[in-house]
Design a protein. Structure first.
Lengths: 110, 110
DNA sequence: AGTCCATGCCTCAGCTCCTTAGGTATTGTT
DNA sequence: AACAATACCTAAGGAGCTGAGGCATGGACT
């Protein structure tokens, strides 16, 4: 998979996964793999910096929890995070339509 | 428009436009704008390096032409260029399906 | 004549972000 | 005891965009 394509959508995908309910880094990588049918590989070197970036921008907030002897940092969307996720999804649809316009492909969204 | 999304697809879009027939840098920017309904802005700072990159990789070949007192560098696809364009379009469709899988959106391609 | 915009090519500093590799620690499996 | 999975993090190197700049021609306007 061409990682340059993915890199433009990483933050949107992370936000979307967290929007389903508070979760933590390692689980996010697993969810992204599962929900993309194994197509995306979100590596730690891009995941954690992205999470910290989003937290610094106040799109995510986090708290540490302990379970089964594992320390996990659970993230959830802030109000601003929900807003920016919707913006990013809108942008994605416009982008996909633009690409398909150039490629001469139809693009059907429900 | 989020340029990070676009950057992952720039080479595919350039190759696709050139696949329609030999053309030159400035014209490519205009075609991309027109074919994306004005949504994409392909700036010179990303266009020319990309063209040189693709030429260096032997996906494009070029010749200089003169017309109306304008020097233009016309690019066309090599056999390898046609091949890599098809690959990139395949990758794009997988990528879009992966994104829609994560977002929980339907994705219908003809 | 002089100015400005469109056309047409190019480069480069600065920035962001990924890749690859490394570090630390616990739990479960072989 | 060793290894894989889980779970967090960081950093050097590299790739590619942004925004600005340079250079040159042709046409329009004053």
């Amino acid at each position: 998979m061409d990682s340059k394509l993915l890199s433009g959508a990483v933050e949107m995908l992370i936000l979307e996964v967290i929007a389903a309910g508070p979760t933590y880094g390692y689980q996010i990588t697993q969810d992204v793999i599962a929900r993309s049918n194994g197509y995306f590989e979100l590596t730690e070197g891009s995941l954690y910096p992205a999470l910290h970036r989003l937290e610094r921008q106040k799109f995510l907030s986090a708290d540490w929890r302990e379970a089964d002897g594992r320390r996990r940092k659970y993230y959830r969307l802030t109000a601003a995070g929900k807003k920016v996720l919707e913006q990013k999804k809108q942008e994605w649809q416009q982008f996909a339509r633009g690409v398909h316009g150039v490629l001469g492909l139809p693009y059907v969204m429900a």
